[in-house]
Design a protein around this ligand. Structure first.
Ligand code: ACO
Length: 440
């Protein structure tokens, strides 16, 4: 990290002695003080449950201001990208750091399009999983298995190898995801079509069958494009930090992304979009009384949480949720879908936003609250929602992994701990263990 010499160091007094720590200032004026010498100088370490106050790196990819509800990729507001760009262009922006020229975008698109096919030997792996396996488990396994098929491009320090791996991953992840779905429903897997754009090709592999022509509806492509852009990056979230942590050991890109997919799967992270739909369906089945569920979410004797509410960083509103909510009405109207769960979602949001508990704790709908409703309108099955999130987040993960590897000064990620176990204890031979207890 580079210190900002214009800022005074932070002074900390420990056991009567003063220590100074250099301050680092970001381009949006966020400030942190560098404690990397803290233990050496003082013998102390810091404790920060869930890393809520810890900057693990300096990054130039995404800026978000949780208080103001701001999100920018490489400086460009998410609202502008959502309304004017497309997913492959946003992917380029995140991974390479600037909006591509026409020539750069064409070359990137061509490179990604050329690699959509997956090896037939790799496809055999799908038959080894139980039919009802969760597609996130399949996605993560197959992505990790790519490192067995592309042993020629695993070196994170070799630019050419990294480049080909980026193209392969971006190109194949829609194929891998669609194959997981087709396998789960017992339908033939549909080969990718390189004459289609990124989103259309994915939808084609998801919904086409060999017996009939399949036309990809334009409005579905547009909605998917929007959702993927909104999910494309979110700075140091759980899955991105996982990708960085794995990558910090110089693990290859496929292995690192595979770990990120697992982290995303959890219901407190990307798995929330599936959990939201399940919750809305439960409320619907239970008669639609949203206030009952708001009460339950506040009840500290219950473990129930309003899924799709709350965020570690956004304490005002999630700008992605605002964009999705608008898109939701439009997509559903255009597709002629009348989903009763949308109406429940709106009533639930209204009830929660008026409730003092949610106001006090600054709990607002997050990106996952409405995304599931759009995915349902696009006929994406519920257990594929988190896979859709992974498809969107892939360029963000790649961008962070690449930034870290190119940063040079990266250390292996290795937090410390405060040990709370027993002090030195003598080894007891097995025949003497529990003797007293048995005798008693
Ligand atoms: N419903 C009810 N209460 C909640 C909710 C919720 N959805 N979210 C937070 N709270 C309460 C907590 O119980 C806690 O109460 P307390 O102060 O009385 O202990 C307080 O609000 C603060 O919440 P924390 O869980 O400490 O906040 P944290 O930043 O650790 O967690 C998280 C954020 C995980 C997103 C949390 O809000 C949550 O579990 N939400 C539901 C799951 C969800 O929607 N996840 C998707 C996140 S977005 C994403 O990953 C793309």
């Amino acid at each position: 990290m580079s210190d900002d010499t214009k800022l005074k160091p932070v002074k900390v007094e420990i056991e009567g002695k003063q220590f100074e720590f250099p301050v680092v200032r970001g381009s949006e004026n966020e400030k942190g003080f560098d404690i990397s010498k803290l233990r050496d100088q003082t013998g102390y370490i810091t404790i920060d449950n869930g890393y809520a106050n810890t900057s693990s790196c300096q990054s130039a990819i995404t800026f978000l201001d949780g208080e103001k509800g701001v999100l920018r990729y490489r400086g460009i507001p998410i609202e502008q990208l959502a309304s004017q760009s497309n997913f492959l262009e946003v992917s380029y922006l995140l991974i390479y750091g600037h909006l591509p020229t026409r020539v750069e975008l064409d070359a990137f698109t061509k490179g990604v399009t050329q690699h959509t096919l997956v090896r037939e030997d790799l496809v055999k792996l799908y038959d080894g999983f139980p039919r009802d396996a969760h597609p996130m488990a399949v996605l993560s396994s197959i992505v990790c298995a790519m490192s067995t098929f592309y042993q020629d491009s695993l070196d994170p320090t070799n630019k050419d190898q990294v480049e080909i791996s980026i193209h392969r991953l971006m190109a194949k992840i829609p194929t891998i995801a669609a194959y997981a779905y087709k396998t789960s429903i017992g339908q033939p897997r549909i080969y990718p079509r390189n004459d289609l754009d990124y989103c259309s090709n994915f939808l084609h592999m998801m919904f086409a069958v060999p017996t009939e022509p399949y036309h990809v509806p334009k409005e579905v492509v547009e909605a998917l494009n929007l959702l993927l852009i909104l999910h494309a990056d979110h700075e140091q979230n759980c899955s991105t930090s996982t990708v960085r942590l794995i990558g910090s050991s110089a693990a290859n890109l496929f292995a690192s992304i595979s770990g990120g997919i697992c982290a995303l799967w959890g219901p407190l992270h990307g798995g929330a979009n599936q959990a939201v739909m399940e919750m809305l369906a439960d409320i619907h089945r239970d008669g639609g009384d949203v206030n009952k569920y708001v009460r339950l979410a506040k009840d500290k004797t219950s473990s129930f949480k309003l899924m799709g509410f709350g965020h570690r960083v956004y304490k005002n509103f999630d700008p992605r949720a605002a964009i999705i909510k608008k898109a939701c009405d439009k997509v559903l109207a255009r597709m002629g879908v009348n989903n009763p769960l949308l109406e429940i979602a709106k009533r639930l949001e209204e009830a929660a936003l008026k409730d003092q508990y949610f106001i006090d704790k600054k709990l607002y709908p997050n990106v996952d609250f409405y995304s599931g409703i759009i995915y349902s309108a696009l006929n994406i099955p519920v257990n594929m929602f988190t896979v859709m999130f992974a498809l969107g987040r892939l360029p963000g993960w790649i961008a962070h992994w690449k930034e870290m590897n190119e940063g040079g000064a990266t250390k292996i990620g290795r937090p410390r701990q405060i040990y709370t176990g027993p002090q030195t204890t003598e080894y007891v031979p097995i025949n003497q263990r529990g003797k007293l207890k048995v005798a008693a």
